[in-house]
Design a binder for this molecule. Structure first.
Ligand SMILES: Nc1ncnc2c1ncn2[C@@H]1O[C@H](COP(=O)(O)OP(=O)(O)OP(=O)(O)O)[C@@H](O)[C@H]1O
Ligand code: SF4
Ligand SMILES: [Mg+2]
Length: 341
């Protein structure tokens, strides 16, 4: 179950009007993305491949790939303006106030250093702990992420651990600095179902214990339904709908969300299923004006194809949609029970 954060929990992350370009500024990949994440809250990013989820997360972490840049917009972590940071500023934040976990833990750990050394070294450098304090804290963290015999794991090399154990090590590394925000991009996709459930439980526990805010990307709607308080639905570089997870899934306010739910409910919610909505999303930089989903939308009408981008507009309490016909349509949702079955 998503854990509802306290009503008035402070905003940890506030993104406003984010626009990201790729190919050295020649192509727009993400536009007009705005959202907040409060302390203890979990926000899920869903949408087909190439819709802009990873670029959005990477911009928040200050690790956009070469040739990609934030062209417009702001992102604040607490009272720190992220888009104004220089390299040193980002380095101070990452591993301390910002943590990240990605899909392939092995590629983020140095194969020639023990797990303990990789965990303890940043604690010494960033938090000024002595060698023995850092070691003690590292062992504590390995235990806290559910690894049995943490003293022994401390001395292991990454290749000696299973995928699930490595993902826990990576989570320990990400939360070592007691971050305010943890960004998890497909963090459980490569794991088997049982280990995935354990890792998700661990993230929920860290949120409850530390008030950690979580930004979670997953192709798997069942994961998002299970973990996230709110959901952002990405399509072709835009957020087309957002709102409380339960409400969005039960009664979507955008035909793309309805299509995602319909497609997902016939399969096992995996990566494959999201690809079978008829038609293809436009490539970055080739999106039509007006509604970007129009070519695939069964409800498309002449007013959907205007020469202006469609703005996000309110669709009920705490909800927004980018569909101009949302008020006329009665879209079918999926009950949460069905989603998580
Ligand atoms: N390094 C890059 N250089 C050029 N274009 C890029 C780069 N990274 C992403 N893009 C483009 O930006 C768009 C958004 O990519 P992004 O990786 O954010 O999608 P995504 O939603 O995370 O997809 P997936 O679900 O496959 O991970 C895509 O059209 C992609 O081709
Ligand atoms: S604006 Fe029109 S084309 Fe776009 S999702 Fe809504 S009904 Fe479909
Ligand atoms: Mg991605």
């Amino acid at each position: 179950m998503p854990l509802s954060p306290p009503e008035q929990a402070p905003e940890v992350l506030a993104v406003e009007g984010l626009r990201i370009t790729v190919n050295g500024g020649r192509t727009e990949a993400v536009r007009d993305v705005s959202f907040t994440v409060r302390a203890g809250e979990s926000v899920g990013l869903v949408g087909e491949s190439g819709s802009g989820k990873t670029l959005t997360c990477r911009s928040v972490l200050g690790v956009l790939p070469p040739g990609c840049a934030v062209a417009e917009g702001t992102a604040r972590l607490g009272d720190t303006e992220l888009t104004a940071l220089d390299r040193r500023g980002w380095e101070r934040l990452r591993g301390q106030r910002l943590g990240a976990v990605f899909q392939d833990p092995a590629s983020y750990l140095n194969p020639s250093l023990t797990v303990g050394r990789q965990l303890a070294e940043p604690l010494r450098v960033r938090q000024g702990l002595s060698r023995s304090e850092a070691r003690e804290r590292a062992v504590q963290l390995l235990g806290a992420v559910g690894l049995h015999q943490p003293e022994e794991v401390f001395h292991r090399y990454p290749f000696e651990l299973s995928g699930g154990m490595l993902q826990r090590v990576l989570i320990a590394t990400a939360v070592a600095g007691d971050p305010e925000l943890l960004v998890a991009d497909e963090a459980t996709t490569a794991l088997d179902t049982v280990v995935q459930a354990e890792v998700l439980d661990l993230l929920a526990q860290l949120r409850a214990e530390r008030g950690l805010a979580l930004l979670l990307v997953s192709h798997d709607l069942a994961v998002v339904a299970e973990v996230c308080d709110r959901i952002l639905v990405f399509y072709a570089g835009e957020v087309v709908e957002d709102g409380p997870t339960e409400q969005v899934l039960a009664a979507p306010a955008h035909p793309y969300t309805e299509a995602l739910l319909r497609v997902a409910s016939i399969g096992d919610w995996g990566r494959r299923e999201l690809a079978v909505i008829p038609g293809r999303p436009p490539e970055a930089g080739e999106a039509p004006t007006g509604c970007r989903f129009a070519d695939r939308c069964e409800y498309a009408a002449p007013q959907c194809r205007s020469d202006q981008p469609v703005p996000l507009r309110p669709a009920g309490e705490g909800r927004r949609t980018r569909c101009v016909r949302a008020d006329d349509l009665a879209l079918a949702g999926t009950g949460r029970e069905e989603v998580t079955a």
